[in-house]
Design a protein around this ligand. Structure first.
Ligand code: NAD
Length: 487
């Protein structure tokens, strides 16, 4: 069975999922398909009243289901059933995702969706295995660190991997005993609504997952500032993360996890396997057309290896083919919107006008939709926005170094510290540099996440606060109480 589909044939769950029903709503934000630019729907905007209704529904659901107080295996079982149904419905979910996002349908079923189901099961397993601790005290006392869920978690997700990002938020929050009010991106909301409907089908008590659609300024602000939202979990740009911090500071202090932007370096030493490095680095900037927080967007290579590496990367970059996300053979993604494509092009053009050399790409691709050619630019001024700003497109910059210190100094970004890649056959150097690189994730002789969900992900500097995935994500969804009992 082919996964290819007709994009005009899908019926979309347009509305807010609150409790057990989809609340139909008037669309307000026009949506266009990235693969061909066609208008296809309007995203509704939940106002503060509707957000409040979702929060109150979540509170009531926590009370009536006693979700945080049932035997933890019950939470585990429901989450496992949900993961099973996600796998059974992978093809329907994939179509909704591929229609509005930049994710090719062929990469979704075995990739994003299968991995999301796996991650939900991964978090489910913490429910009955991680809990409170007895701590050492003198024998006249009993000391405990008792943990409990926060209550209602407010989650906000970006458009670049909508299903995966929803799973990263919902899995740990629900396993830890919370309810969630989640706002997906206004550009890609429908797969998240469907994901939540599948949880109801799996027997999850209604009201534990509520999905409200809308933009950042209205719906997002209403969520993060709501007095009954006990914790905020956000993934998106550093700019929106700052606005959220500000809103939280103004409306009432509460804990938050922020997974923000990146501008990650790829350091290549001349002793590396250059063919393998070229393949990995090309994939690291062309996957989802560079629209990944961890996109390896700054190539920093030892001078003596630069020519050979550049040639191998440019050759690979030229092989990508633009195909719509609903074509099962599509591998390379379009850019999410025309506005974003223009922004990418203006940053690249400004660098070139200022004297940079374009070694590949640098232009729109000849295809319907918002495709941008994989691009490599060199000879860039240190202060060029192409080096300092997160471009969020398939654009790789090239810089060269002579020694480790210079490599590290180029790798160090003033704002971001999300991930870094390092290519060398010298184990001592790999460890030495891993210790000194300022990033939340370091990949050595590889680049990109694996299925080791136990490894947390999160940023240094302004790339974020706190972690998704790993044990940390589960614990971030429980608060702790210190108890000392005199015996
Ligand atoms: P964005 O910040 O524009 O939007 C993200 C979400 O936040 C959307 O749902 C949006 O509606 C909402 N939002 C915007 N302003 C808000 C506000 N003031 N209050 C509340 N909500 C608000 O980001 P995007 O363009 O959707 O996604 C791309 C960004 O996400 C990139 O910067 C990327 O690096 C980052 N990202 C980070 C990670 C990570 O794990 N660190 C993962 C994926 C994406």
């Amino acid at each position: 069975m082919t996964l290819s589909f007709d994009p005009n044939s899908l019926s979309l769950p347009i509305g807010h999922l609150v409790g057990d029903r989809l609340i139909a709503a008037e669309g307000a934000i026009p949506m266009r398909r990235p693969s061909d630019g066609k208008a296809y729907a309007d995203c509704p905007i939940a106002d503060a009243d509707l957000v409040d209704h979702a929060v109150q529904t979540a509170k009531t659901a926590l009370k009536t289901s006693n979700w945080g107080g049932v035997h933890p295996r019950e939470r585990l079982n429901v989450l496992h059933r949900w993961a099973d149904i996600i796998e059974q419905e992978a093809s329907a979910l994939a179509k909704l995702e591929a229609l509005s996002s930049t994710r090719p349908v062929g990469q979704l079923v075995e990739g994003d969706i299968a991995i999301s189901a796996e991650q939900i099961r991964f978090f489910a397993e913490f429910a009955d295995k991680e809990g409170s601790d007895l701590v050492p005290t003198d024998d006249g006392n009993l000391g405990m660190i008792m943990t409990e869920p926060y209550g209602v978690v407010g989650a906000i997700t970006p458009w670049n991997f909508p299903i995966s990002m929803a799973a990263w938020k919902l899995g740990p929050a629900l396993a830890a005993g919370n309810a969630v009010v989640l706002k997906p991106s206004e550009m890609t909301p429908f797969s998240t609504v469907y994901l939540a409907e599948l949880a109801l089908r799996a027997g999850m008590p209604a009201g534990l997952i509520n999905v409200v659609l809308g933009d950042g300024p209205v719906t997002g602000t209403a969520i993060t500032g709501h007095p009954d939202i006990a914790k905020v979990s956000f993934t998106g740009s550093t700019q929106a993360g700052s606005a959220i911090m500000e809103n939280i500071a103004r409306t009432g202090v509460k804990p938050m996890t922020l997974e923000l932007g990146g501008k990650s370096p790829q350091l290549v030493f001349a002793d590396a396997d250059l063919d393998q490095a070229a393949a990995t680095i090309t994939a690291g900037i062309t996957s989802n057309a560079g629209q990944a927080c961890v996109a390896g967007s700054r190539l920093i290579v030892e001078e003596s290896a630069a020519a050979a590496l550049v040639e191998a990367i440019v050759t690979r970059m030229k092989t990508v083919v633009p195909r719509p996300t609903w074509d099962a053979t599509a591998q390379f993604s379009p850019i999410i919107s025309e506005k974003q494509r223009q922004r990418i092009h203006s940053i690249v053009s400004a660098a070139i006008s200022a004297g940079a050399e374009c070694l590949a790409g640098g232009a729109h691709m000849d295809a319907p939709g918002y495709f941008y050619a994989p691009t490599l630019i060199a000879g860039i001024d240190q202060n060029s926005p192409s080096l300092t700003e997160e471009i969020f497109g398939p654009v790789l910059t090239l810089q060269t170094f002579r020694d480790e210190d210079e490599a590290l100094s180029l790798a160090d970004h003033p704002t971001y510290g999300l991930a870094a890649g390092l290519f060398t056959r010298d184990l001592s150097r790999a460890i030495r540099l891993t210790r000194r690189l300022q990033a939340g994730t370091i990949w050595v002789n590889r680049y990109g996440r694996s299925r080791d969900h136990i490894l947390p992900t999160g940023g240094y500097k302004q790339s974020g606060i706190g972690k998704d995935l790993g044990r940390e994500a589960f614990h971030a969804n429980r608060k702790s109480k210190s108890v000392l009992i005199r015996l």
